[in-house]
Design a binder for this molecule. Structure first.
Ligand code: XMP
Length: 535
């Protein structure tokens, strides 16, 4: 059942998605930027899904019934033994196919063209493509000044195009930058139209989906109606519990599910005593008072802070909080008669299966906290109404559902909360200082109109006291670090370039207004090599 999977299957099962939209299939060959293709298409109100090439066979294609197919880029070479291929059937579906970079090469290779190894001719970076004279529907309105900037990234190159193909665009190093067989509606480009460095790339996607006959039916209004229907179908008369963190994802999921099934939904908000200033009150007011959604406010600060006493190792902190969270959630959930489902705000990027060529295990940097493990333990089935959405689509859905803008635009906040912003041992004294300093920092950011430009901003209280002088007296108080980053998905991040004036003013305010801090530093580490949180 697609995004409302009952006890989510490990892998996509063809034919499971029930929604009625036209859809586009992106076959992923492991490019770093495949998700961006999906982003560009979703911006055009086109529903698409990314699936790794290993999954896509003839049966899958039939069940998925795409209106168009895109073959992504990827790191492989068509010359490598066992290099990835789409099934032949992709080319006999009668739908438009767009091959990008590796997708272009594999297309040429399979359709009778020639690809050559890129001995020393690899091309990476900016290039300019010029038209070859003949009009191509894919390129309508694309060339702005007779030529167009694109982003190339390839080792091998096509040396002979497949029968039926003609050349429509060339660059100095890529004589086959854009080729197509317009009769069969097969298009192949050697560059990446989805990246920022191909500034007019969206136009190519616009043309491609128009050629394929998409009507732009993927809108949040339509999604909302359909999700409500599917939630009702899935849940029936049963009860659903939802772990609410106050973050955007779980909040939007809760409001959507409440719209579908009303008081069959109960939310459990676990207050672990590691929330920011006023946070618990804001979340409870928003849900109980504004939305009349049944909400259990589980005040378990003593339990969590008690268990964390004397703990300074970051992983022990994270694991302790994760374990207690599950225990507490379960305790309250047990009190809800007839609960059969657990609602989660899982997003599409969590669901996309990544293409792994190495197959090796990846290193655990941090044990992330979520309610994983609960469904099996409690015999609950999952309701995940956001599983097909990207973060910005969740925000759009939140707006569609009437959630206040201040809630929708909130910066992400980690499950373990302030625990991981308080390196070393956590004490109630430090938490109180941290809350105040954090509130001043965020207030500064809002006053200067910077909140929406920043992905996440917070204060970390450092486990060190420093000497200062205030008035005529000596102080010996904590130092803190301000952290503010820009990011797209939290995977990589850059520190935010505040002005010196802003930083100076903020430091002065924190030191004047927050008793217990006498030194303010600004963390200018990017991720990598740093991480966003301090622990
Ligand atoms: P890091 O510190 O890994 O953080 O660079 C990346 C993003 O993830 C958030 N984060 C978490 N979110 N549970 C969450 O729900 C966690 O355990 C957790 N740890 C980090 C972090 O705030 C940032 O947005």
């Amino acid at each position: 059942m697609g995004h409302l999977a009952q006890n989510r299957p490990a892998a996509y099962q063809p034919g499971m998605t029930q929604h009625a939209h036209d859809r586009l299939l992106i076959i992923d060959f492991g490019s770093q930027v495949t998700q961006l293709i999906a982003r560009r298409l979703r911006e055009l109100n086109v529903y698409c899904e990314i699936h790794p090439f290993q999954k896509v066979d003839d049966a899958f294609l039939r069940a998925f019934a795409p209106r168009a197919v895109i073959l992504s880029g990827g790191p492989a070479s068509v010359f490598d033994a066992g290099s990835p291929r789409p099934p032949e059937a992709v080319f006999s579906l009668g739908v438009p196919v767009l091959g990008i970079c590796y997708g272009q090469q594999v297309m040429m290779h399979m359709l009778g063209g020639k690809v050559e190894r890129g001995h020393g001719t690899a091309e990476f970076g900016r290039a300019f493509v010029t038209g070859a004279g003949e009009r191509l529907d894919l390129l309508d309105g694309w060339f702005t000044a007779g030529r167009e900037q694109v982003w190339m990234s390839h080792g091998d190159h096509v040396s002979q195009i497949a029968p039926g193909f003609r050349v429509f665009g060339t660059s100095p190093n890529a004589p086959f930058a854009i080729t197509a067989d317009p009769d069969r509606r097969f298009y192949a480009v050697q560059f990446h139209p989805e990246v920022h460095h191909t500034p007019n790339g969206k136009r190519l996607y616009e043309n491609f989906v128009r050629i394929a006959g998409f009507t732009g039916d993927w809108t949040m209004g339509a999604y909302r109606e359909e999700a409500v229907r599917l939630i009702r179908e899935q849940v029936g008369d049963a009860k659903v519990i939802c772990g609410l963190s106050g973050g955007v994802d779980s909040s939007v999921a809760a409001v959507l599910i409440h719209e579908a099934i009303g008081d069959q939904l109960t939310c459990v908000f676990v207050d672990h005593g590691l929330l920011r200033q006023n946070e618990a009150a804001e979340v409870v007011t928003m849900f109980r008072d504004n939305y009349n959604i049944p909400l259990i406010h589980a005040d378990e600060a003593d339990l969590f802070l008690g268990a964390l006493e004397g703990v300074s190792d970051p992983e022990v902190k994270r694991k302790t909080i994760g374990r207690l969270f599950i225990d507490v959630f379960q305790k309250y959930a047990n009190g809800i008669e007839g609960a059969e489902f657990l609602a989660q705000g899982t997003l599409y990027p969590d669901v996309i299966e990544s293409v792994s060529f190495s197959g090796g295990p990846s290193v655990t940097i941090k044990s992330h906290h979520n309610v994983g493990g609960l469904p099996e333990k409690m015999g609950l089935k999952l309701v995940e109404p956001l599983r097909e959405l990207f973060k910005d689509e969740v925000r759009a859905l939140g707006r569609e559902l009437g959630l206040p803008a201040s809630f929708i635009g909130r910066h992400p906040f980690p499950g373990p909360g302030l625990a991981i912003r308080c390196p070393g041992e956590i004490t109630t004294e430090k938490l109180a200082i941290l809350r105040q300093a954090d509130a001043v920092f965020i207030d500064q950011i809002r006053r200067h109109g910077l909140y929406d430009d920043i992905w996440q901003a917070f204060v970390a209280i450092l486990p060190v006291r420093t000497v200062g002088v205030m008035g005529d007296g000596r102080t010996y108080d904590f130092a803190c670090a301000l952290r503010a980053v820009t990011s797209v998905d939290g995977m990589t991040a850059d520190y935010y370039p505040f002005t010196h004036d802003f930083l100076g003013e903020t430091a002065t305010r924190i030191i004047n207004e927050v008793k217990g801090i006498n030194r303010v530093t600004y963390d200018i580490t990017s991720k990598p090599p740093g991480t966003i949180e301090w622990e």
